[in-house]
Design a protein around this ligand. Structure first.
Ligand code: ASP
Ligand code: MG
Length: 438
């Protein structure tokens, strides 16, 4: 059995829901994980934002618009009155739950419950549609088996046990449907795996059931070798190593959520990125093998800030880096790139909410320089250090672009370069030309 996950746009309208239903039925008995219909989670965030600000009218108006949208989907999707009634009741349950919340007693728990309604509605609509088509589908509530622990990390033991129990109770089901994104936390409260977390759900469930494969269905034909928004003529990469995919997902390839890779990698389950608009296209497979000795893709991560700390005291001193890193730890800010020399260290961060405090603390140890509006360009492939020439080629491609930092050798799979935001498109294009269009 496989896990097939469909994102918001894949189930974004009645027509798309029908297409996806046909697609999953044609592929046999599998676990199907759905996101909320596209736009819904954002609308739910907006509603909860209004409530948290005490604006009940704003919340109500936004909710009414959502209700109308779903009524339209229901009217278009079903042909029998039983299905219309069942779907109307399922949606009404979510809408009236939100409508019943009081802005005066509103809490962060309510916010999480509001967000959960998107996936609860999309899966209910799909399940009712499949049943209307005569498909034996079963909807397993993710809240029964997706759970996080006290650190907010997935409780993989619990998930494995409960999910397998749930599946085995439905041996005769043709399709096993469940919600992505939503879970309960260690206190039993409704929670979620963070925005975009449906990919993570799919991967965790794939790992829990030892799936043959985890399929992530979107509306692009796999992970491309460069960002198609900025570079013409990009191509899907047919194979990626888990580590390469993790780097690309983290450094900007939006098609896959970075957290998705680890559970699949740990359990050695291939992840396949497929396109609902072109289901027979090969897409990208992410696994433990694949081509070696090649550069496979380039990605860019925006909104990066570089911080340089220069200090004569660093020279021949031990413990200097620890002190520097402790400052970032204290301010709960993670570091992406790091390069050092004997007299200084440069790091990059993408979360600048504590930038001023970090800089103030760092000034105790040296002279601090901050460069904002930077971009990390990440080149991914089999870059094991004994493979000759790749780093030269990358640096050469960028010979006309000012490069602020270069990081190589941190893993066997990546070279990262920090450039100005204004040079990003130029850098991406130069790399494609040099690396892929030879
Ligand atoms: N619906 C959630 C979101 O929009 C989860 C997901 O789509 O992966 O973030
Ligand atoms: Mg997504």
């Amino acid at each position: 059995m496989k896990v097939m996950k469909f994102g918001g746009t894949s189930v974004g309208s009645a027509e798309r829901i029908k297409n996806v239903a046909n697609l999953i039925v044609s592929r046999g008995r599998n676990v199907v994980v759905l996101s909320a219909m596209s736009g819904t989670t954002n609308t739910l965030v907006e509603i909860s934002d209004y409530l948290s600000k005490g604006n009940a009218v704003g919340a109500k108006e936004t909710l009414n618009a959502l209700e109308i949208k779903y009524a339209g989907v229901i009217a278009e999707l079903y042909s029998t009155s039983d299905a219309v009634q069942e779907a109307t009741e399922a949606v009404a349950k979510s809408i009236s739950f939100i409508r019943g919340l009081n802005e005066r007693s509103y809490s962060s728990l309510d916010a999480k419950e509001i967000l959960a309604q998107g996936e609860l509605m999309s899966t209910a609509l799909m399940n009712i549609y499949l049943k209307e088509q005569g498909v034996k589908s079963v909807l397993l509530p993710a809240l029964d088996f997706m759970r996080t622990d006290k650190n907010g990390e997935p409780d993989t033991e619990f998930i494995r046990e409960k999910f397998n129990e749930s599946i085995s109770a439905h041996q005769d089901a043709q399709i096993i449907l469940t919600q992505g994104f939503i879970c309960r936390n260690a206190y039993g409260e409704v929670d979620n795996l963070q925005r975009g977390g449906s990919d993570y759900s799919a991967s965790l469930l794939g790992a829990a059931m030892h799936a043959d494969e985890i399929e992530i269905w979107t509306d692009i034909d796999g992970m491309h070798n460069n960002d198609p928004r900025f570079v013409d003529g990009t191509r899907p990469v047919s194979e990626l190593h888990f580590e390469e995919a993790a780097e690309l997902a983290y450094f900007g390839a939006k098609i896959l959520h970075p957290t998705c890779v680890l559970p699949a990698k740990l359990n050695n389950i291939p992840v396949r990125l497929l396109n609902t608009m072109d289901p027979d296209a090969k897409g990208t497979v992410i696994y433990n093998a694949g081509a070696t000795h090649t550069i496979k893709a380039v990605a860019a991560k925006d909104n990066i800030t570089a911080i340089k700390i220069k200090s004569g005291r660093m020279l021949l001193a031990y413990g200097f880096l620890r002190k520097v890193f402790e400052i970032f730890e204290t301010h709960r800010t993670s570091i992406d790139m790091i390069v050092t020399s004997e007299v200084g260290v440069s790091v990059t961060i993408d979360n600048t909410s504590c930038l001023q405090a970090i800089v103030d603390d760092l000034k105790k140890f040296g002279t601090v320089t901050v460069d904002k509006d930077m971009v990390i360009i990440c080149v991914v492939g089999d870059l094991e250090w004994q493979n000759r020439g790749f780093e030269a080629e990358v640096v050469n491609a960028l010979k006309d672009v000012p490069v602020r930092m270069i990081s190589y050798g941190g893993s066997n799979y990546n070279i990262s370069l920090l450039v100005r935001k204004s040079d990003k498109i130029k850098a991406l294009n130069l790399l494609s030309e040099r690396l892929f269009n030879k």
